[in-house]
Design a protein around this ligand. Structure first.
Ligand SMILES: Cc1cc2nc3c(=O)[nH]c(=O)nc-3n(C[C@H](O)[C@H](O)[C@H](O)COP(=O)(O)OP(=O)(O)OC[C@H]3O[C@@H](n4cnc5c(N)ncnc54)[C@H](O)[C@@H]3O)c2cc1C
Ligand code: FES
Ligand code: FES
Length: 464
């Protein structure tokens, strides 16, 4: 495999908390979903040792206590009655990113602009942390993470009881850009309203709505002046408190509900699991239905996208390499994800990866290709394979694509088309279902497991 990241990162797989503590003390960086680690923004983590938390039983949930390795898309299922957290979740990235990033990763990154910590703090959530400084596991208010001076690993989060709340964010550019100001307001059981402000400050902070931080305390940079952030913050706090006073606060975010998925994992998050069994020597992954040896010796920063392309799966396009364009989307165990953000070292025996080449050979894929071709909704075609994978996964789960353009746009959030946007595609795809393949499309349908030789035109023409 080509080394596109310079020096690789060594990956440790601790079997228990003691081994994790040892790794942290030796300077290892916890690896959550790996999305941050794979994108350029976290380049400073390269060249160090990563410690994989995947084998420690941190991927379950019990009574609002959620393991650090739970993905945000799974967390959505636990947000019934916690609207502020649900809305902050729905505001985080796009669905493909939420299927990869973990609760522990979002908190552990301690990004001043992250959405979820703001809502968790307003909701009074507490975090269970292994602190490498003294070797203890402690329960902290979510915002106290910012005070930990040394290495630590988030093990679990207690979301707290259900409470009315709202989350608001303001971005300067497009909807998926990081917040300039974010605000969560939650009515606690004693009637008090807790308000947390994020993104405008160097770290999120619980504030008194009547005594908000002044401009001198706010970030002032090329994206926005402190004065501008101050005005937005006042507006958002007032709006959030008003919404909380009315009954809007109980409405969970619709986008979040559109992607419900049951929690997987062993269902526990407070006790370490037995050691992760070593992958059997003959471990294989299924790529487009064909068995491939599971990656051995891959570095954490080697991406699934390049691993696939290096093996001839050229329907996987690589664009931004930071999870924003959707060109590299593949289906991983049935869920569409940006393959550029998936550390290939994470592939395990029996994992199923489907690229656009496989989706194109199925009735649903043929129907999508037929609809796009009929509407002439494809220009250069670079974005098309990723779109096809997302459509195929949606049809597998729901039987047909969303009936209206708004639903299609929600499904395709995270796909960017550099030619003409996806407006024509959104119109063409409304309500498409597997049975909708036109005769002409069906007659020339490719073999589902074949490679580029039988891949249909709109996928093949961009196979470079
Ligand atoms: C395309 C894209 C869009 C995004 N959009 C948003 C957004 O809208 N809002 C938002 O809030 N965030 C957004 N993010 C940022 C994202 O939330 C962070 O990158 C997050 O850290 C990724 O989580 P992860 O599980 O993949 O973490 P990783 O990449 O595995 O790790 C990220 C950092 O957290 C540390 N870490 C991981 N797990 C733990 C743990 N259990 N304990 C302690 N430290 C840990 C790692 O060492 C590393 O420093 C976006 C990221 C991408 C790539
Ligand atoms: S999202 Fe992976 S290349 Fe752009
Ligand atoms: S058709 Fe060119 S990127 Fe979408």
């Amino acid at each position: 495999m080509q080394d596109r990241r310079g020096d690789g990162v060594e990956l440790l797989r601790p079997a228990d908390l003691e081994a994790l503590l040892d790794a942290l003390r030796r300077g290892a960086v916890p690896l959550g979903g790996g999305a941050g680690l794979m994108s350029a923004a976290f380049a400073d983590a390269w060249g160090r040792t990563a410690v994989d938390l995947g084998g420690l039983g941190l991927d379950g949930a019990v009574d609002g206590r959620v393991g650090a390795m739970v993905r945000l898309s799974r967390l959505a299922a636990l947000c019934e009655g916690r609207p502020a957290i649900a809305q902050a979740l729905a505001a985080t990235g796009h669905p493909g990113v939420r299927r990869l990033i973990t609760l522990g990763g979002v908190l552990g990154a301690r990004s001043p602009r992250a959405d979820l910590p703001v809502a968790l703090a307003a909701a009074g959530a507490t975090v269970s942390v292994l602190d490498a400084a003294d070797g203890t596991v402690r329960e902290l208010p979510a915002l106290d993470l910012w005070d930990l001076p040394g290495p630590f690993a988030v093990l679990a989060v207690d979301l707290g009881p259900g409470m009315p709340g709202v989350y608001r964010r303001f971005t300067g550019h497009q909807a998926i850009a990081p917040s300039l100001v974010s605000v969560a307001a939650v009515r606690r059981p004693d009637g008090r309203v807790a308000v947390c402000v994020g993104a405008a400050l160097a770290r999120p902070r619980l504030v008194d709505p009547d005594e908000l931080p002044g401009p001198d305390e706010l970030l002032d940079d090329g994206e926005a002046s402190a004065g501008y952030r101050h005005r937005i913050m006042r507006l958002l706090v007032a709006e959030a408190c008003e919404a909380l006073a009315s009954d809007q606060a109980d409405q969970a975010d619709r986008a979040d509900r559109a992607d419900p998925a049951p929690l997987d994992g062993p269902g526990r998050c407070d006790t370490p699991s037995p050691p992760l069994a070593a992958a059997p020597a003959e471990a294989t992954v299924l790529v487009d239905g064909g068995a491939q040896p599971a990656p051995d010796g891959a570095r954490p920063t080697d991406s699934l996208a390049w691993w696939l392309r290096d093996r001839g799966h050229l329907a996987v396009k690589v664009g931004c390499e930071e999870g924003t364009c959707g060109a590299c989307t593949v289906s991983l165990n049935g869920e569409p994800v940006p393959a550029c953000l998936v550390p290939v070292a994470r592939l395990a025996d029996g994992d199923r990866v489907d690229t656009a080449a496989a989706v194109a050979g199925r009735p649903g894929g043929r129907a999508v290709i037929g609809a796009l071709a009929e509407a002439a909704a494809v220009q250069c075609g670079f974005c098309t394979p990723g779109v096809l994978v997302s459509c195929g996964s949606w049809m597998d789960r729901h039987g047909a694509l969303p009936a209206d353009e708004e639903g299609i746009r929600g499904m395709l959030a995270g796909h960017l088309c550099r030619c003409g946007g996806l407006a024509a595609a959104a119109r063409a795809l409304c309500g498409v279902c597997p049975g909708a393949a036109s005769d002409a499309t069906s007659d020339t349908a490719p073999d589902a497991t074949s490679d580029t030789a039988s891949t249909p035109e709109c996928v093949r023409e961009v196979t470079v």
